[in-house]
Write a protein that binds this ligand. Sequence first.
Ligand code: GLC
Length: 565
Amino acid sequence: MDRQDSTKVNVDGVRGFGLRNVSSHASISEMDDFDLSKLLDKPRLNIERKRSFDERSLSELSIGLTRGLENYESTYSPGRSVLDTPASSARNSFEPHPIVADAWEALRRSLVHFRDQPVGTIAAYDHASEEVLNYDQVFVRDFVPSALAFLMNGEPDIVKNFLLKTLQLQAWEKKIDRFKLGEGVMPASFKVLHDPVRKTDTIVADFGESAIGRVAPVDSGFWWIILLRAYTKSTGDLSLAEKPECQKGIKLIMTMCLSEGFDTFPTLLCADGCSMIDRRMGIYGYPIEIQALFFMSLRCALALLKHDEEGNEFIERIVKRLHALSYHMRNYFWLDFQQLNDIYRYKTEEYSHTAVNKFNVIPDSIPEWVFDFMPMRGGYFIGNVSPARMDFRWFALGNCIAILSCLATPEQASAIMDLIEERWEELVGEMPLKICYPAIESHEWRIVTGCDPKNTRWSYHNGGSWPVLLWLLTAACIKTGRIQIARRAIDLAESRLLKDGWPEYYDGTSGRYVGKQARKFQTWSIAGYLVSKMMLEDPSHLGMISLEVDKQMKPVMKRSSSWTC
Ligand code: GLC
């Protein structure tokens, strides 16, 4: 849609891009929950009634978004393109922030085409960097914020092309040396090769067989399902998700993570470096990022799967897993002051089902820093839980996804936001947002990272600050009604991102320095910023990436939420 078109439909008060057919997807059971669709079917608001987001009170917003539909009208502003009617987060101003236009231009420069169709965005458009490595590829996880930006801007086609292209790649036979990978594995990244002589385009994909360290992209399949739901929610176009090949793609991913084995926990067992942190960082086992994405993709799959015979079998297995997974996560991964105090006083060597210290965690293994870090108000899902091991580190992505997917109960979600507020210096500092906290150093760094020179303390994956995480933080803020937190974070990012050339990450205890080996013009830093701005300007966009509390899961939640005791 071009500028003029979208302006026109906006003045008409009709959301031209996307939600026109929105009523058709009300049949997706989960999507009834948040029910923006119903709202958007209501007579459109008179444009004069539309108030600036900044004028609205926080409570109004939180009620509108999380509790009831009645108040939503006052918080709903008709969707619009950032290029058309950009609004600034600057108070009382309707002027776009000057860097928004630059960001769009940079995002468009990163587009990758396959046979003249846009199919994704490259990870970084950094010509100054000596080593390209694989930053010239389309990464599945990196494309998510780009996709959301395009969806929010009324340009769903690229997202559809990407979803179909990656689906084709999933169908490839995937091998590492002589070992065949699971059928459902989605690539970490792909590259389009243009042959100017033959005028042909071909694709090469990486499922881990070329990746540094041969890490497995476990998160790719989850992001793919989450994005398919975002596309469906945003456009109202059910036909894509209902295609037999899409249904098959979802089922293949589900088959891999729902298979029965030796596991004693409902969480998903993973090797190190299998997600955004794609290097050895001591996150093997049951990392929070994967568990939260797993949970969210199970819920999205539930919404997208057709209720035919085969679909119903999957649905049944998914529902069972969701119950077990939410129970496990909410009880054993949750840490707040009370819980920490309980663990500190744990007895060990308890046998049988009456054990309180189920995983036999030795209190001496609790790191010193966590006692100071834990505020009286607040809490979070810790990094990992397995026998005799609790990784107390705080990870941004997993905690934000826990909020957006409702893996976190409403109380836990607000506690996570409280923690961010209470530990602002540590977690946000001068550039949102720390990928994890704290950094590991010295002997521990040697052992845990294998002396990784890229992951030295407070750099890159080891306590570095990643601008891309801003969109997740903003979404979590909107969901919990804590807009001021998002505003503060966006203001910080805005003051530096363009000036610094959209770096991939920042270094230092407060994220003040552009990362040592950070790429410039890192696409997801650019797209993440745009998505944050658009969501803040029009919170109805949140529905694409946020799920409502599943009514069916409530009774289980009550029984399992011992953390409130
Ligand atoms: C780095 C990041 C990874 C990202 C990739 C491309 O490897 O750790 O999360 O997908 O760069 O930007």
